[in-house]
Design a protein around this ligand. Structure first.
Ligand SMILES: [Zn+2]
Length: 403
């Protein structure tokens, strides 16, 4: 596995680097962010997602708790009813934030959990003898599913479990065993998925629309299209070849401490996450898009809000800007609206933007962003003061004026 710090970055894969970073920040702060990378084979989706495991920070749990109980907020069947004094006497331990994988051929018992019937002494309380599956064991961490479209196609039972886990933040999980009461436990896990929509069985939104909608943000991975990047990748790959040979000789040429910088940033941004809010006028802006374009999914605009805040943090801004919202917009909508609506919506935002000089989908240098911000602060008051009638009359508001 290539360490995160050594991965090649280029325009086509930058959105995925942003998504996984945002999700790690959010997960560490206690709020899941479910992300899905779509793209052709060989674009490196799974490499980026799996390498991110190497930069995850540690979490603190009650000593030995396989459900990763937070000592401040124990949730597992064994610890949830204990007093703070009892919890304290158990002690704590630091473990790497969980990162577990579900394969597309996984079984329900492995994913959710089962009840250890041999050890069950009290049939009224099956929770006490639960063998937690991968999802409850990933509490406060990440579950990665490659080829999620195949999983959704072949396993409706696991898809139903994912719908529950991703339904709310935190989600919940039900474990059933014939003849026993159902055990329900809360679980806070970010789901990361990858798929190739051009391969059988096709795009996730066509297989199980409901599951597709549960992903907050989706990005489409592009191929590298610059000669410089490709030749550099070739060079790195031949270097990897040398590394493999070196490893065979028993020496390690990866400097894993170079991952520390990324880990420290995740911790820093997640500490800021709790105190960063979306300004009212940006919330209104998102609300207007929802009304004007008849967006079906409230999750879409919730994802825009959460995504914009996280994006502003990973760009080290001291406040959320409209550029953060416009950057997130296509990622929150690509899988939720048809192509025509998305194009219309982006045109709307862009024409509105060119009128006001504050919106653009293109990446900008920091200086340009600062100029934007200045301009935006200037305009913010006007936006904020917009009357209620104007907010409702979104048609008029978002239609570009001429002259
Ligand atoms: Zn516990």
């Amino acid at each position: 596995m290539i360490p995160f710090y050594m991965l090649e970055r280029y325009e086509g894969n930058e959105p995925l680097f942003e998504l996984v970073t945002m999700s790690m920040v959010s997960t560490y702060a206690g709020e899941p962010l479910h992300v899905h990378a779509e793209g052709l084979r060989g674009t490196g989706k799974t490499t980026i997602m799996r390498s991110a495991r190497g930069i995850l920070p540690n979490i603190t749990r009650i000593k030995g708790c396989i459900y990763n109980c937070d000592p401040e907020n124990p949730h597992c069947p064994k610890h949830r009813d204990m007093t703070p004094e009892e919890i304290e006497s158990l002690g704590t331990e630091d473990i790497p934030m969980p990162f577990l994988e579900i394969s597309h051929s996984a079984k329900v018992g492995t994913v959710a959990g089962s009840i250890d019937l041999a050890r069950l002494t009290d049939a009224a309380n099956p929770a006490a003898q639960l063998l937690p599956g991968l999802i409850p064991q990933a509490h406060r961490g990440i579950i990665f599913i490659d080829e999620i479209n195949r999983l959704a196609d072949t396993s409706p039972e696991i898809t139903d479990i994912l719908l529950d886990v991703m339904g709310n933040k935190p989600g919940h999980l039900q474990i059933e065993e014939a003849g026993l009461p159902t055990v329900d436990i809360s679980v806070s896990v970010s789901i990361w998925a990858a798929s190739n929509p051009d391969e059988d069985p096709g795009p996730l939104e066509e297989i199980r629309r409901q599951l597709s909608d549960r992903f907050d943000l989706v990005c489409y991975m592009g191929r590298p299209d610059s000669v410089d990047i490709l030749s550099h990748m070739l060079e790195e790959n031949s270097h990897q070849h040398k590394i493999r040979n070196a490893n065979k000789r028993g020496s390690n040429v990866y400097d894993e401490t170079k991952n520390d910088k990324y880990r420290d940033e995740i911790i820093k941004w997640s500490e800021q996450y709790g105190s960063t809010d979306l300004p009212d006028f940006l919330r209104n802006f998102i609300a207007r898009l929802y009304i004007k374009h008849n967006l079906e999914s409230i999750r879409a605009i919730e994802a825009m809000q959460q995504g914009a805040i996280l994006h502003s943090l990973i760009k080290n801004r001291d406040k959320v800007m409209i550029a953060d919202v416009t950057r997130i917009l296509p990622l929150a909508l690509k899988h939720r609206v048809d192509g025509d609506t998305l194009v219309k919506l982006i045109n709307d935002v862009e024409s509105r933007g060119s009128r006001e000089g504050i919106l653009s989908f293109k990446n900008k240098k920091n200086k340009r962003e600062e100029e934007e911000e200045e301009y935006f602060q200037h305009n913010a008051r006007a936006l904020k003061d917009m009357s209620r009638s104007e907010l409702v009359n979104t048609e008029k508001d978002l239609t570009p004026t001429h002259g």
